[in-house]
Design a protein around this ligand. Sequence first.
Ligand code: ARG
Length: 241
Amino acid sequence: GLLVVTGCGQQEATTWSKIQNKGKLVVGMDAAYRPFEYHNQNDKIVGFDVDMLQAVADQLGVKLVIKDTAWDGIIPGLKAKKYDVIASAMTITEQREKAVDFSNPYFNAGQVVAVLDSNNTIKSVDDLTGKVVGVQLGTTGDLKVSKMEGIKKIKRYGKIPQAFIELQNGRLDAVVNDLPVTAAYIMKKPNVKIVGEPFTSEQYGIAIREADDKLTKKVNAAIKKIKENGTYDKIYNKWFK
Ligand code: ARG
């Protein structure tokens, strides 16, 4: 009779081969984080990360599909295979490295303190003692502030724009958040200011499931190419110049 050779055919298809078969890369992001990912006036999700991931998808030869996802639970969502990768201004941290893999870094950002322009008492991160501070739940800003002593109250929001609204309303003394996002907010609301210098140094990476080494390699090669061929600079200048 016929000898049926099994073996590699029985292996579960890798995420990379599935991406190739579907012809699309599905990206999870919390699209309330201008200028990295946000809904524009036409309700289209745009931003630095969107352009960056479009360039990655182009390099991989597939289409880009975006899934707007709450930040809280975004890593469990990746593990549950709701998307192939996360690109959401996500800082590469030791703690997250325990749950997922990261691409090589693609952006530097640090935490800053923002207050109302009329505030003359908070001049840096050292002046948060006794203050009410707003952060986005589960971010590196949340982590940092949670480790500080003497803060009166930490208010954690699902999305960072909510924290800025509360600052405007006078229900917060300060917001701690990534510099480029806070700076973009201030361009629209000039009655808010950044005080002091960035007090962390962080790098954003694309998060990928730990089993997907092949995909991580492909994404890293794409990032390298995008940096070499001028695409990265173009995207950077579009959003930050
Ligand atoms: N960089 C910070 C972190 O990784 C904040 C990221 C928030 N991103 C977002 N799309 N809301 O914790």
